[in-house]
Design a protein around this ligand. Structure first.
Ligand code: NAD
Length: 471
């Protein structure tokens, strides 16, 4: 497959170009380097109709065969990981090695999901009757993905939805459509026509999809503001929903930590992928006894980290992925400056039109400052001093979000007890962003609802059916 040009949608197994196109910008240069199809209403209708037509055959395909096809799709993705990683870096900005890790990780994820099978619960099997609860697929799934982990987060939806027996229309973000379009074309070699469709387009396409009556379910990953719009739109036909939304995760650092051993990990918990991670540490609460020590270590790492174009050797952090997000991050920085907050900035970033922002630590800002209260989704980390553990747990939990959080301490039992008091779907102790295909991932409060991953995640793509048989 050619990874340089010819970006087409996949509709009913065919490569389909758009009557119009959208520009794709390289965030490291600010230049348009490719264009992607802009799906029309008619093309979306075709994709949904193809997925509906394919549904009955796919639903009735034995699960072992569906699992085998998802596993083969993963192999194909893996076989193209190198070319795709280079394309990923151009459209998303992340350095090539880290981009490849996402693609390899997505393939491994698919393989693990391809081992999963929904349970059957038998409540009675007696002389008089047989009663079971089984799970059946829903129909056509509308999958909408964001730009920060464009391949991984899309495959989190594709694998369970297809293993469960649904068909799908997947839409990537307009900022990162290219790898997903290539995946559509790759997977067309494996899945029967209409089972897996990929469409791309501008800002109108998402709302057009969520309003489309042909979908049985929407699986959405993105911002809280958009998630609320998706839910409103889905209400019209009571479409099933999974919403994985924003976060403002707190990390709590206790006074007994060994600063030298945790500083690098905490730095990456906050700044990996240029801090564009839903579960990144976005508020760092540090006990007053170790505050200065950790701040100085993080500042030293920030001073040495190479921020630049992801194609250059040695780059650790790339640009902000798109202009809209860059403007938002710059605005938050301006707000911090206007309020006389103390900013510690890391190494210089490249000049030019790329969307680069230096790694920035905000030194003990007030709790009510915007940089603490809002999800930055960019490399600005507020570091906040605390002295009382109950108070800091209260502050960590006083957030509209409830996605994840972490506690760092030499005393694992104590840290785990604190972590369990955080009102979030995931908590980590002395580690970060450890996620697994066999373990649930779910947000609370404004971080969304529903579950991805684990058996619960698979069952989100299925409806339970109770079967009563009189004997
Ligand atoms: P976004 O909400 O702007 O866009 C997400 C997707 O929704 C894109 O494909 C976009 O085109 C589409 N979209 C936009 N408007 C729509 C509408 N009205 N109806 C339907 N679809 C629409 O989010 P983003 O900026 O791409 O992603 C960043 C956000 O995603 C952050 O808030 C981050 O925390 C969150 N996120 C959450 C998770 C999670 O699993 N909880 C994972 C990654 C990112």
């Amino acid at each position: 497959m050619n990874f340089n040009d010819d970006y087409a949608m996949t509709i009913d197994g065919r490569a389909v170009t758009g009557k119009a196109t959208i520009d794709v910008v390289n965030p490291a240069t600010g230049e348009v380097f490719a264009s992607a199809p802009d799906c029309s209403k008619e093309q979306l209708d075709e994709a949904v109709a193809a997925a509906q037509k394919a549904f009955k055959g796919w639903r009735d395909t034995p699960i072992a065969d569906r699992q085998a096809m998802v596993s083969r799709a993963a192999d194909l993705l893996l076989a193209h990981a190198d070319e795709m990683a280079r394309l990923f870096t151009r459209e998303q900005g992340r350095p090539v090695d880290a981009a490849r890790q996402e693609i390899q990780g997505a393939a491994a994820w698919m393989k693990a999901v391809a081992q999963m099978e929904p349970p059957v619960h038998v409540s009675e099997d007696s002389d008089t009757q047989f009663i079971e609860t089984r799970y059946v697929p829903l129909g056509v799934v509308c999958a909408i993905a964001p730009w920060n982990f464009p391949v991984n987060l899309a495959m989190w939806k594709v694998a369970p939805a297809l293993v469960a027996g649904n068909t799908m229309v997947l839409k990537p973000s307009p900022f990162t459509p290219l790898c997903t379009l290539k995946i559509g074309q790759l997977f067309a070699e494996i899945f029967p026509a209409g089972v897996f469709n990929v469409v791309s387009g501008g800002d109108d396409l998402g709302p057009m999809m969520t309003a489309h009556p042909g979908f049985a379910k929407i699986s959405f990953t993105g911002s809280t503001a958009t998630g609320k719009r998706v839910m409103e739109s889905a209400a019209k036909d009571l479409k099933r929903l999974t919403l994985e939304l924003g976060g403002n995760d707190a990390s709590i650092v206790l006074p007994d930590v060994d600063l030298d051993s945790v500083a690098q990990t905490i730095f990456m918990a906050a700044f990996y992928n240029t801090a564009q991670i839903c579960v990144a540490t976005k508020r760092l609460y540090v006990h007053e006894d170790v505050y200065d020590g950790l701040r100085d270590r993080l500042a030293a790492i920030a001073g040495a980290v190479k921020v630049g174009n992801g194609v250059e050797q040695g780059t650790v952090l790339g640009p902000i992925q798109n202009k809209r997000q860059y403007d938002r991050v710059m605005e938050l920085l301006e707000d911090a400056r206007a309020n006389d907050l103390t900013l510690i900035q890391g190494a210089a970033v490249p000049d030019g039109a790329g969307y680069f922002v230096p790694v920035t630590i905000v030194d003990n800002p007030p709790e009510d400052s915007r940089v603490v209260q809002e999800e930055a989704f960019g490399p600005i980390l507020p570091m906040i001093k605390f002295s009382d553990i109950d108070d800091v747990i209260e502050r960590a939990n006083t957030s509209e979000y409830g996605l994840a959080g972490a506690v760092w301490s030499a005393d694992t039992a104590k840290a785990t007890a604190i972590a369990r008091r955080l009102e979030t779907g995931t908590v980590w102790v002395n580690q970060f962003i450890n996620l697994r295909p066999d373990t649930i991932f779910a947000g609370r409060k404004n971080s969304g609802f529903g579950v991805e991953n684990g058996m619960e995640g698979l069952l989100e793509y299925m409806a339970p059916q109770a079967v009563y048989v009189a004997k």
